[in-house]
Design a protein around this ligand. Structure first.
Ligand code: ZN
Length: 286
């Protein structure tokens, strides 16, 4: 998964209160003040949410429950190829529905770091379109296994849930809904979700690292336990994450899938760094 502002999980999106940074690595080192205060902030937000609407997670507009029409529209695009340039060796084709810019940054931060659980459904619906495009690379009649880039255990504890796994489950549900599944791809090319990737060592916070340093930081960091490898052996696999920036996390996940006997055919994310993809009007560097 992608970049982040959290010092404990470089794969997380930057929070509006934190400096933006590409999120590709996954670190296990706890964050400083933000990390220690995150559960308190999350609890306060959830309490306030019982009496006050949160407002739009993308732009902050107060007169809507989760997303205003404009920010919801930012998630409504079709899936497009969003491979980073340069792409890390071994990175499968990447599909995304939005640029990781504008409202997508605060929106993903609100979902991951601020406990906005209601965003799992719209984000999952967006990820489902990337997932279906990515899984189309699997052979007909052989649905692709879906593998999620792992979050650091410290990030899961801080957030109170595995946001990547929750998002992937929401995407799988949406991918099987009638409004997304093209008739010619029945049965659905998206197979089962397999939580098989594990972090096997501590990695540095990716903030401040360039693409080469991020790749080196993550090299060999993920693994599939031997007992879980049969879930991937001989299968097409789609690797999913919330954001793609340099592609280092996705490439490392694909390497671990190959090592376990699977064939990573594509990657699916919600958003990718604009200068590295080609959305219509997606960013100044498109
Ligand atoms: Zn908005």
């Amino acid at each position: 998964m992608p970049t982040t502002a959290s010092t404990a999980d470089p794969a997380s999106p930057a929070s509006p209160a934190s400096p933006a940074s590409p999120a590709t690595a996954t670190a296990t080192l706890p964050g400083p003040a933000r990390g220690s205060l995150a559960p308190v902030r999350r609890g306060l937000r959830e309490l306030l949410g019982l009496v006050l609407p949160d407002g739009c997670a993308g732009c902050g507009a107060r007169d809507c429950p989760a997303l205003c029409p404009s920010c919801a529209g930012a998630l409504a695009g079709s899936a497009v190829r969003a491979d980073p340039t340069p792409a890390p060796p071994g990175l499968p084709p990447v599909w995304a529905v939005a640029p990781y810019a504008g409202p997508l940054r605060p929106l993903l931060a609100a979902y991951k770091e601020d406990g906005r659980r209601s965003l799992a459904a719209p984000l999952g619906h967006a990820l489902a379109r990337s997932l279906l495009a990515a899984a189309a690379a699997s052979p007909p009649g052989r649905p692709a296994v879906v593998v999620v880039v792992p979050s650091a255990p410290a990030s899961v504890r801080r957030r109170g849930r595995d946001t990547g796994a929750v998002l992937a489950r929401a995407a799988l549900r949406s991918s099987r809904s009638g409004d997304l599944l093209a008739p010619e791809r029945d049965p659905c090319p998206v197979g089962e979700l397999a939580h098989v990737l594990r972090l096997r060592r501590r990695v540095r916070d990716s903030a401040g690292l360039d693409a080469r340093e991020r790749a080196a930081n993550l090299a060999g960091a993920y693994a599939v336990p031997r007992t879980l490898a049969p879930l991937l052996a001989g299968r097409s696999v789609v690797v999913v994450d919330d954001v793609a920036t340099t592609g280092a996390s996705l490439a490392e996940a694909a390497r671990a899938v190959r090592a376990a006997g699977g064939t990573p055919v594509a990657c699916a994310v919600v958003a990718a760094t604009p200068r590295r993809c080609a959305y219509p009007g997606g960013g100044p560097d498109d």
